[in-house]
Design a protein around this ligand. Structure first.
Ligand code: ADP
Ligand code: MG
Length: 598
């Protein structure tokens, strides 16, 4: 990837400002296209940015050497597949990425020079690869094509969730409120506990981290003992782990403090040995006192035992943390991000224990900042915990489309090459993400994915269609992930719906699903649930957005659910069949026939 970026920078420097509608056209032909000496120049008369990527292969077609061109095609596809699997976390890469690049097949058949985005993407099944002799010009290695593409990104990392932005537009109010509450810590007082709410992608984590960095740096500046501990409870999701992580962090810090003090004291000790006045301005009246302190510190250091990741009784972990944090004077802000996950998984004991610590701590004070994606999570809390934790509440509302535009624009300026986006890209990403409850993460994902799809199809500019493809891809990835992680019984139910749908059944009702379901269960030796349970599973699939079920009244025959699939049939089926148990169902046709027998 690095290399791609270098190449791109070199290329990019030459083209700024030249292009209006046919970006990089001149650049490709005239400037330095180092890794790709082939036929870029032919595009000079084209204005469609999408034509760019493929002209080198198309040249083969032009010469009438279709098979050579197709060889090029396959090489490209292989390399694309490679990027697909490493570049992105998702299983459904292939189809969408291919679609992204799928050209109009007519174009290259009968156009002669600027054959557009034709050749490379056709996967001609009848190409005889063995018989192909490559032209020198066309002998592209696996990576050549990718390298030769005009890279779109300047710094893709900026669009990843791991990047912490230095500026957070539209979060001033929330950030200021946090700061106003936490500033007590810098005065040596205990800040109120804070509870932060907001849906995913509303900037909670980013804002909290920003504030904690500022808090710590200010505390260093004024030399006030204030520390922030950030814990992601999605990862650290039990009381034991939270306390152990806190204990070990503070033990480590204490060891450092002890080591520093020992250094000072030992230095003083050796000064004092020569010069009895050395102790005058210190807290030590005599050498014996100093020796005693040194001994004490050494003993403290030896005593502090790290908490193992498992195995201790919880109260021992708790008291180890307690002693560690209380070892010296300080104010500690504990940020528990995704706190709802912790409570969901392990109840509110951790919060209860943490929230009553201050009454027993003698030197230090702690303050808790909980961050929750779930607006109703306090409903599950012990009332004492609830009132203690929610002393201050800050809400992070969803972003609207305009705010998302600002956020995206800030990032895009750093992430992309100059003029790598058409004007409608950011507004469209913002609009899609605004529909998705104003989720900035989704907006950034969309923008990054759109850029990747453009890059992969060797387009030279990210356009609206890439955003739409990215939207489809992300949506499909979500579906694939949801379906892949369904429990087996739900998978069987879903498979029954798919079989019915594939056989042209509309308004599928529960009874029909149940009949197919039963037969599928028998086929793969799974337990058969009651129709009632199956109806529940259908409701769950409905809630997950996989099927769309409505209750219809059948008059005196009662009510039934009618449903259809809300996700793409082929992809969903493929995911189901990749489950080793369902994969056993070879030929499902007979099951569907069976419904007519009933
Ligand atoms: P949450 O914790 O609420 O789910 P995050 O803080 O993780 O949301 O934000 C999701 C993504 O959106 C992150 O990449 C973050 O940097 C970005 N983001 C959120 N709000 C802003 C903002 N106001 N300005 C810039 N980037 C933002
Ligand atoms: Mg978060």
């Amino acid at each position: 990837m690095d290399e791609t970026e270098h190449t791109s920078q070199a290329d990019d420097s030459g083209d700024s400002g030249e292009e209006t509608d046919g970006p990089h056209v001149t650049d490709d032909g005239v400037d330095d296209p180092p890794p790709d000496p082939s036929n870029r120049a032919v595009e000079a008369n084209g204005s469609d940015a999408d034509k760019a990527p493929t002209s080198d292969h198309d040249a083969g077609v032009v010469d009438g050497q279709a098979s050579v061109a197709d060889q090029g095609v396959d090489a490209t596809q292989q390399s694309e597949a490679g990027v697909g699997t490493d570049g992105s976390p998702t299983a459904a890469e292939g189809p969408t990425a291919d679609e992204a690049a799928t050209p109009d097949p007519d174009v290259d058949a009968d156009t002669d020079v600027n054959v557009g985005s034709g050749g490379r993407d056709r996967s001609s099944p009848d190409v005889d690869l063995d018989g192909v002799v490559l032209d020198d010009d066309d002998s592209q290695g696996l990576f050549d094509d990718l390298l030769s593409g005009e890279p779109i990104f300047e710094n893709k990392e900026v669009l990843r969730p791991s990047y912490t932005p230095h500026e957070l537009p539209h979060r001033n109010d929330q950030i200021n409120r946090m700061a106003t509450i936490l500033v007590s810590a810098l005065r040596g007082e205990t800040p109120s506990n804070i509870l932060i709410y907001g849906k995913t992608g509303t900037g909670k984590t980013a804002s909290a981290k920003f504030v904690s960095q500022e808090l710590e740096s200010t505390s260093q500046k004024y030399d006030v003992p204030c520390e922030v501990e950030y814990i992601n409870c999605e990862v650290t999701d039990t009381q034991y782990r939270v306390l152990a992580q806190l204990a070990n962090t503070f033990i480590e810090k204490n060891q450092q403090v002890i080591a520093d003090r020992l250094d000072d004291h030992r230095a003083l000790r050796s000064d004092a040995a020569d010069d009895s006045d050395a102790l005058a301005a210190t807290e030590f009246a005599t050498l014996d006192e100093l020796d005693a302190r040194i001994e004490q510190l050494e003993a403290d250091a030896a005593e502090m035992e790290e908490v193992p990741m498992t195995g201790w009784p919880t109260d021992r972990v708790y008291s180890t943390f307690f002693e560690a944090v209380d070892y010296h004077e300080r104010v500690v802000v504990i940020m528990l991000d995704e706190i709802d996950k912790l409570v969901e998984k392990s109840g509110d004991d951790t919060l209860y224990n943490l929230s009553r610590m201050n009454s027993e701590l003698t030197r230090s004070r702690i303050s808790i900042m909980g961050i929750s994606n779930d607006l109703k999570f306090t409903d599950f809390l012990d009332p004492r915990v609830k009132s203690s934790l929610g002393e201050e509440e800050i809400v992070f509302p969803p972003y609207d489309a305009n705010q998302l535009r600002d956020i995206l624009q800030h990032r895009a300026d750093i992430a992309f090459k100059h003029e790598a986006l058409t004007d409608d890209v950011i507004p469209l990403c913002a609009a899609f993400a605004a529909q998705e409850h104003g989720d900035a993460r989704r907006a950034l994902d969309l923008l990054r994915t759109a850029g990747e799809l453009a890059e992969r199809s060797q387009a030279e500019i990210v356009a609206e269609k890439h955003v739409r493809q990215a939207q489809d891809k992300i949506e499909l990835d979500r579906v694939v992930e949801v379906v892949r992680t369904l429990p087996t019984q739900s998978k069987i139910v879903l498979f029954a719906v798919i079989l019915l749908e594939k056989n042209g059944v509309h308004n599928i009702n529960t009874g029909e699903v149940f009949n197919i379901y039963k037969r599928l269960c028998e086929e793969i030796d799974a337990d058969v649930l009651t129709q009632r349970r199956v109806t529940d599973l259908i409701s769950e699939l409905d809630m997950l957005g996989i099927v769309n079920a409505v209750v219809v009244s059948k008059g005196r025959y009662g009510r039934t659910k009618e449903m259809g699939l809300s996700v793409p049939v082929e992809e969903t089926e493929a995911v189901l069949l990749s489950d080793s148990r369902l994969g056993d169902i070879e030929n499902a046709q007979p099951f569907v026939q069976a419904r007519f027998d009933n």
